[in-house]
Design a protein around this ligand. Structure first.
Ligand code: GDP
Length: 524
């Protein structure tokens, strides 16, 4: 296969959902279709159980699972599929945001009964910001839920994206009969089965045979629904989907393996292959001969005695090869990798080559930071690995005076890994850790102790938000920093950050300093 063909056949995407909507179940069924696993139940959920938030063995175990399921690659027909797993627990949302920078498209799973939930809404904001093409799977049709038309309105309104159903459910719950596939004009009759693949019948929506399969009443209802859909929703426009403005919607039941094959078949056909990525210097085309890639995730190993990590590299262009010298741009140094790993469904494998769209795992002992670029030699920096304004803050203090160095090193490395964000208050020099959830403070404390032998103590700090500030009006910027000197901090790149104590104070600052831009993500 040529380089061009290899890259074109790749589909790299993430499945996102609010916990419990069915992401793990859907992932597993997709693997089943790809022949990557043979029995249901093989994929372990990597979500941290709500009841186990301070059960450390559990978290450590889960971290192990999440390495194994971080990226699941498999062939499906002529396509090479890479599913990037995202942690379901909201305290790890930052991890998910970064994973979204490494995918070319996204499948969103929504529970028919619950509709759009908080986590879905938040993750969708990131997709919108990046114009990521999104496909939606409405799950659990084997249960009672909201009216499908109502769900479509809700999706459109809450996710702020135009929608177009490509399949349509025939009743639901115990009366669920199946779906009509509007993309291929076929009727798929529901047979609950956790393992088997449903057969579908090609039937025009006007066919008189329709009622033989689902009865007269449901056939009429389906026909009138489909008519209504074609009146309300314009025909599916793939270009709009690829631009991230239109989300095709499918209905089914992941648990019962229903509606998944239709989703997958349509997905591989229309979802984008790797696309051009903007670097600071220029746009990088995936089909370029020379290799380039960036680190979007670093996973610390579970073995505390060997502080080794895996750096996850998204290949942006060309081909990556084992034992070939590549430039680590930040170090301005050539490096080669003798044991890169590929992620194939359940296992890691030694990798000889990978193509644009693939994810390569590089064993690392401290060489990489999130956002680092590797190239065949060119000086490139990939943009677009945003940090988001954290939502929880604590002062971090050293609890063991003998281990100050270890603490500093540990904190630095954990921040490079992207576990949380560090801000240094310019007024009192104290270090503030910002996270998106309480659990991260516990993770940091635990890992500092077990991996670095350092002890930290948390002290409360009353903060509402940290936001990055900039302005073309340097006089006003200086004035602002002078007046707010107690609330000014630097992030780890040395950028100015304003620490707002309350929403009110933030709004006042925005009002009083009109020439200053307040950013809630570090990418601006
Ligand atoms: P995740 O948190 O999004 O990964 O959700 P899971 O895949 O772990 O699913 C959460 C729960 O919903 C599990 O108990 C699943 O068995 C169940 N579930 C998933 N899909 C379906 C479905 O289609 N129908 C029904 N009735 N339950 C489902």
């Amino acid at each position: 296969m040529t380089l061009q063909q290899e890259i074109q056949r790749r589909r790299t995407f993430a499945i996102i959902s609010h916990p419990d909507a069915g992401k793990t179940t859907l992932t597993e069924k997709l693997l089943l279709f790809g022949g990557a696993i043979h029995v249901a139940g093989a994929v372990k959920s990597n979500k941290i159980k709500k009841t186990a938030t301070s059960d450390w063995m559990e978290i450590e175990r889960q971290r192990g699972i999440s390495v194994a399921t971080s990226v699941m690659g498999f062939d499906y027909g002529n396509y090479k599929i890479n599913i990037l797993d995202t942690p379901g627990h909201q305290d790890f949302a930052e991890d998910t945001y970064r994973t979204l920078t490494a995918v070319d498209s996204v499948i969103v799973v929504v529970d028919i009964a619950k509709g759009v939930e908080a986590q879905t809404r938040k993750l969708m904001e990131v997709c919108r910001m990046r114009h990521t093409p999104v496909m939606i799977f409405v799950n659990k049709l084997d249960r009672e839920g909201k009216d499908p038309f109502e769900i479509l309105d809700e999706l459109e309104e809450e996710l702020k994206v135009a929608v177009r159903p490509l399949s349509w459910p025939i009743d639901m719950g115990e009366r669920f009969k199946g779906v009509y596939n509007l993309y291929r004009n076929s009727l798929d009759l529901y047979q609950p089965s956790k393992q088997k693949v449903t057969e579908s019948v090609h039937l025009d929506i006007q066919s008189p045979d329709l009622k033989k399969h689902i009865g007269e009443k449901l056939a009429e209802k389906l026909q009138s629904d489909v008519e209504l859909i074609s009146e309300v929703y314009p025909a599916f426009d793939c270009a709009e989907y690829l631009a991230g403005r239109l989300a095709p919607v499918f209905f089914g039941s992941a648990l019962n393996n229903f509606g998944i094959k239709e989703l997958l078949d349509c997905f591989v056909e229309i979802a984008p292959s790797p696309r051009a990525i903007q670097a600071e210097e220029r746009e990088v085309n995936p089909y370029e001969e020379s290799f380039s890639g960036f680190v979007f995730k670093i996973h610390a190993n579970m073995d505390p005695n060997h502080r080794s990590c895996i750096a996850f590299v998204k290949v942006c262009s060309g081909r990556f090869e084992r034992n070939v010298n590549y430039k680590h741009v930040r170090f301005n140094r050539m490096m080669k990798f003798s044991s890169p790993t590929a992620f194939m469904a359940q296992k890691k494998e030694l990798l000889d080559e990978a193509y644009a769209g693939d994810i390569v795992g590089l064993p690392d002992n401290g060489n990489f930071k999130i956002g680092d670029t590797l190239t065949s030699g060119e000086e490139l920096h990939f943009k677009g690995l945003p940090s988001f304004s954290p939502e929880m803050f604590k002062y971090i203090e050293n609890a063991d005076p003998m281990k100050a160095k270890q603490l500093q090193r540990g904190v630095e490395q954990l921040m490079d890994e992207g576990v949380a964000q560090l801000f240094v208050n310019q007024f009192n020099g104290r270090k503030i850790i910002g996270t998106v959830g309480q659990l991260q403070f516990e993770v940091i404390q635990y890992r500092l102790l077990h991996e670095y032998g350092a002890q930290c103590r948390w002290e409360p700090v009353n903060l509402y938000k940290a936001c990055w500030i900039e302005s073309d009006d340097l006089a006003q910027l200086e004035d602002f920093k002078r007046r707010k000197y107690q609330y000014m901090a630097k992030d780890k790149e040395g950028r100015d950050v304003f620490l707002a104590e309350s929403n009110y104070l933030l709004m006042m600052a925005q009002q009083d300093f009109k020439n200053i831009r307040f950013h809630f993500s570090s990418e601006f």
